[in-house]
Design a protein around this ligand. Structure first.
Ligand SMILES: Cc1cc2nc3c(=O)[nH]c(=O)nc-3n(C[C@H](O)[C@H](O)[C@H](O)COP(=O)(O)OP(=O)(O)OC[C@H]3O[C@@H](n4cnc5c(N)ncnc54)[C@H](O)[C@@H]3O)c2cc1C
Ligand SMILES: *[C@@H]1O[C@H](CO)[C@@H](O)[C@H](O)[C@H]1NC(C)=O
Ligand SMILES: *[C@@H]1O[C@H](CO)[C@@H](O)[C@H](O)[C@H]1NC(C)=O
Ligand SMILES: *[C@@H]1O[C@H](CO)[C@@H](O)[C@H](O)[C@H]1NC(C)=O
Length: 281
């Protein structure tokens, strides 16, 4: 695999994690990350970075959450994280509002403001290339590389008319900590909304009254690339008589930090399969 050339399009948590994983598995390959936005300009940067896969309770209203213990329980992580249990009465009293049920758990936090530059540096020092460029069509990339890995987040919607890919707008309030947020399905509005900001503060201050004195240093809005289901798939297209080999890895919605390592491993497996050439696709 020594002259293998791989392009990874996208430098968010999905693209960078996938590129680093490819480097591990294809030791002599020449791997290039191509993206038009890095670090603070990505959706990934705004993420809280909690390891916390979603469950069906997301979106359910507060009243239901207060009275139904089975709804606040997260079946995906309760066997994975070191501590996962129902909150005690005393813990619930720490949060004003007469809550009846809640969960207490410990988990990982991958803060993208640290992770993205750290992983990019690791990638470059292991021989990876980074190119700042906006991709307008696939053929230009596909003709130059043996395989193209598509980690463009919501960008894939425009590159490919994928109507299943929908933004879930998120706005957060930044102090030394992040307060948030909101989940607005199918909203493309990248402007900061005053009322969303006020509502976030009101809800957080109700839970943690000491926040009332905290100064807002910034607010951020980004669009989570939601797709039901995440697309981690092989595709072969034809351009100028050449077979263009693509592996897609996008549409992680509100859970890209959590699922980046797993989907990156799966995408690497698909890169191997598509390079074997006997893929039916
Ligand atoms: C408020 C909020 C809180 C969140 N909290 C969590 C959390 O606690 N845990 C969790 O797991 N997830 C969380 N998320 C979700 C997480 O942010 C996303 O799932 C993740 O960032 C998606 O990563 P990505 O790499 O696919 O996309 P992005 O970070 O958007 O990266 C896309 C990349 O593709 C590039 N690109 C796109 N189109 C083109 C093109 N045409 N040419 C060149 N480059 C292109 C861009 O430049 C960019 O580098 C949260 C999201 C929000 C909004
Ligand atoms: C790797 O690929 C990039 C992009 O095509 C190219 O600029 C670079 O010269 C290549 N590096 C090596 C060592 O072949
Ligand atoms: C921004 O991102 C690029 C590539 O991901 C990286 O090389 C660079 O060091 C980063 N810059 C900062 C200031 O973090
Ligand atoms: C991403 O995938 C879509 C869907 O196949 C494709 O049309 C688009 O060109 C891809 N983008 C890149 C940069 O590979």
């Amino acid at each position: 695999m020594s002259n293998l050339k791989v392009a990874v399009v996208g430098a968010g948590v999905i693209g960078i994690t996938t590129a680093v994983e490819l480097q591990k598995q294809f030791r002599n390959a020449n791997i290039t990350i191509i993206a038009d936005k890095f670090n603070t300009s990505t959706t990934s940067y705004v993420a809280a970075g909690l390891f916390r896969p979603g469950t069906s309770f997301s979106g359910v209203n507060e009243d239901i959450t207060r009275v139904h213990p089975h709804i606040v329980r997260n079946h995906y992580i309760e066997k994975i994280v070191p501590i996962y249990r129902a909150a005690t009465e005393e813990e619930l009293k720490l949060c004003p509002g007469n809550w009846k049920y809640g969960s207490f758990f410990t988990t990982f936090l991958t803060q993208c403001s640290l992770y993205l530059p750290w992983a990019a540096e690791k990638f470059v020092s292991a021989g990876g290339n980074i190119v700042e460029q906006q991709i307008k069509s696939l053929s230009s990339v596909g003709l130059e590389y043996d395989v193209t890995v598509n980690c463009t987040g919501l960008g894939a919607k425009y590159l490919c008319n994928d109507h299943k890919l929908v933004p879930i707008r998120g706005q957060v309030v930044k102090h030394d900590i992040t307060l948030g947020g909101c989940r607005q399905y199918d909203s493309y509005d990248l402007n900061i909304n005053k009322y969303d900001g006020l509502s976030i503060r009101e809800r957080c201050e109700a839970l943690v009254p000491s926040l009332q004195n905290a100064k807002t240093v910034a607010q951020r809005v980004v669009l989570r690339p939601h797709r039901d289901t995440v697309r981690v798939e092989k595709e072969v297209q034809k351009a100028n008589g050449k077979r263009i080999k693509i592996v897609h890895n996008y549409g992680h919605g509100g859970y890209g930090v959590t699922t980046a390592p797993g989907t990156a491993l799966h995408a690497c497996q698909l890169v191997k399969e598509i390079l074997m050439g006997n893929s039916k696709l």
